[in-house]
Design a protein around this ligand. Structure first.
Ligand code: CA
Length: 421
């Protein structure tokens, strides 16, 4: 067991019950305050954001010999580039400093602790390239059933490779950023020409994404057994989708403007080290995969996920409860497949999982599936109905793991839909 994950550890910082951020988590992010508007690196315990630039200034990490600039950088990319050995050692050091009994750190804490409601969380990572996979067999089956043939819902390649496409990095934003309803071409009537206007079938996709922490050179491939050395951690990921635009534009090259207008991520990058206790075996893969996709060990994670839709006025409703562990293709297979052709990785690249649906309809990860193309509207507490997302709605995604009395989570990613500009 990684010592920093010991379930018996307690912090001198008060951690409320059911917090996603006990001392066993120690995620990383970027924040600023009104009194110091420079973006800088932080972690979180309970409801406090920890200013790591100030802790470093106070020489609390001295023996790790990490350049001062890493903590004052506006993104985590430089920190991730230090490599797993250093970032692991840093997490272990934080765990020691925040453990009950560490009076040196506790006595200095008024310099570096900020209540979460007094800070602004920013994009944690400078995303270079963004890839979206399609790794949930339940989601791919549902979509194939709806739009093609229920008997042959999966296309012939699906069980042989983790299907994916290259997405748009510039429009990935941090939780809390409002999103304007996209406009575009649609073809609602098969017998009439296409029309232009605001998307009418706006959807979310419940996903998680991993962040690349080590670069590779062109021509190099990363095997499944080394893949985790290149993955720094994970975030929640909402792949906003315009279904009517998507339906008309996606043939034959795949998603384009229906996806590129926005994706929303959670501000906290939870490290693979913090997720280690929550590993589980993935689904059995049949037929057998090609040798470069074979793997050893457990690379799925038991992460409870949920999606809530909150109308502008009135109570919200949880419309989906799913789990990251359902994914057919794991993150190591995704990374091995991504690099098998020699495509190089850069620090900060982001790879999303694809919509994470389970078998039960209550676990479907998009409105497309939940409302089954709009044929089964969802009743909201205020008496209204949802087939897709309306202007004013906020979509909130949450995720956490729980085991041996320890809860490690991601907080939330939230985004409100505003009318088209
Ligand atoms: Ca997607």
């Amino acid at each position: 067991m990684i010592e920093a994950n010991d379930p018996t550890l307690q912090s001198w910082v008060e951690v409320p019950e059911n917090s996603d951020f006990p001392i066993q988590n120690l995620p990383f992010g970027i924040f600023r305050t009104s009194s110091n508007p420079s973006p800088r690196m932080c972690t979180r315990i309970g409801n406090y954001v920890v200013d790591l630039a100030v802790m470093n200034y106070l020489s609390l990490f001295e023996e790790l010999e990490i350049d001062n600039e890493v903590f004052k950088a506006p993104y985590l990319n430089d920190f991730m580039s230090l490599g797993k050995e250093k970032t692991r050692a840093f997490r272990n050091k934080l765990s020691q400093l925040f453990r009950k009994g560490n009076e040196e750190a506790e006595n200095l804490s008024w310099h570096f602790l900020h209540p979460i409601d007094k800070v602004e969380m920013l994009m944690p990572v400078k995303v270079g390239d963004y890839t979206d996979f399609y790794s949930s067999i339940e989601h791919a089956t549902n979509v194939g059933t709806m739009f093609r043939d229920p008997e042959n819902a999966l296309l012939p390649n699906w069980k042989h490779l983790p299907v994916g496409y290259h997405g748009r990095a510039s429009s990935i934003v941090v939780s809390g950023t409002p999103i304007h309803r996209p406009k575009g071409q649609q073809k609602p009537d098969a017998d009439k020409p296409p029309v232009f206007g605001p998307c009418k079938l706006l959807d979310f996709e419940l996903e998680m994404a991993f962040v690349v922490g080590q670069e590779t050179q062109m021509g190099e491939s990363v095997g499944t057994n080394e893949a985790e050395d290149y993955i720094f951690g994970m975030v929640l990921f909402n792949d906003w989708s315009a279904r009517d635009i998507q339906k008309w534009e996606y043939v034959p090259l795949g998603p384009f403007l229906a996806k590129s207008f926005a994706s929303t991520i959670s501000p906290w990058v939870v490290t693979l080290e913090a997720l280690d206790p929550f590993r589980v075996a993935g689904p059995k893969q049949d037929p057998k995969v090609l040798p470069y996709l074979e793997y050893e060990g457990n690379h799925n994670f038991d992460i409870n996920l949920e999606v809530e839709i909150k109308p502008e006025k009135g109570a919200g409703k949880v419309v989906c409860q799913s789990n990251f562990k359902y994914l057919y293709w794991n993150i190591c297979q995704q990374l091995a497949h991504h690099t098998v052709n020699g495509c190089n990785l850069n620090v900060g690249d982001m790879c999303a999982s694809g919509t994470i649906s389970g078998k039960d309809p209550s676990s479907y990860g998009s409105m497309l599936e939940i409302s089954w193309r709009g044929t089964k509207p969802v009743d909201m507490p205020d008496g209204s109905q949802r087939k897709f997302i309306l202007d004013g709605d906020t979509v909130i995604m949450r995720g956490h793991c729980e085991k041996d009395g320890v809860r490690v989570g991601f907080g939330e990613t939230s985004g409100q839909i505003l009318p088209s500009k």
